[in-house]
Design a protein around this ligand. Structure first.
Ligand code: AMP
Length: 190
């Protein structure tokens, strides 16, 4: 099963994606985490992505599509995976569909974690204190929210038109949200 997880920064998407991937026994593929690792390792990809990451801007589509295609081609993703943070633009969504359909596969389900802006900004600022993520500063948070509305909202429309989208209320404790996620996925599978 190929599942796409979408949600604004601070919606709890990363936490929920880890839980769901574990429940389903499929790899969790976080493009943000892949880029941060590349950055920490100082690889060519990391150097290319550094400014985009720090400024809360999107890394160019061709770089992202290549990165994800390479990861999807590995053996552990052949039966499915959970994509967290990808696709984030319409072009990425279209190229992902093309990549999967050329291999007789498809995106089976898209989950959107919905949370209001006040709540996500509060969570991000708390995460900044706890984890010290370089892109959790007030300026970058505001840029990332803006980028989400501009670039990622059309991705949601794209999947909604194909009836692939399920919206999940992201408010409440991580356990409450996880229960909602699980319910939506099992409703879809049966
Ligand atoms: P995330 O951990 O998903 O919030 O991603 C952190 C940062 O990584 C984003 O603000 C972007 O700079 C970059 N990034 C992650 N995924 C993508 C993507 N699919 N397309 C472009 N940039 C991305």
């Amino acid at each position: 099963m190929y599942i796409v997880f979408i949600g604004p920064p601070g919606s709890g998407k990363g936490t929920q994606a880890v839980i769901l991937a574990e429940q389903l026994g499929i790899p969790h593929l976080s493009t943000g985490a892949m880029l941060r690792t590349a950055h920490d390792e100082g690889s060519a990809l990391g150097r290319l992505a550094a400014d985009f990451l720090l400024q809360g801007k999107l890394v160019p589509d061709d770089v992202m599509v290549q990165l994800v295609a390479e990861r999807l081609s590995r053996r552990d993703c052949q039966a499915g995976c959970l994509l967290d943070g990808f696709p984030r633009t319409l072009t990425q969504a279209q190229l992902l569909d093309r990549y999967l359909s050329e291999r007789g596969r498809q995106v089976d389900l898209v989950l959107e974690l919905v949370a209001d802006e006040e709540e996500v900004v509060r969570r991000l600022l708390r995460r900044a204190d706890l984890e010290g993520r370089a892109d959790d500063t007030p300026d970058t948070i505001s840029r990332r929210m803006h980028v989400y509305q501009r670039e990622t909202a059309p991705v949601l429309d794209y999947y909604d038109r194909r009836s692939q989208l399920m919206r999940i209320d992201g408010h409440g404790t991580p356990e409450e949200v996880a229960a909602r996620v699980q319910q939506s996925v099992s409703a879809r599978r049966h």
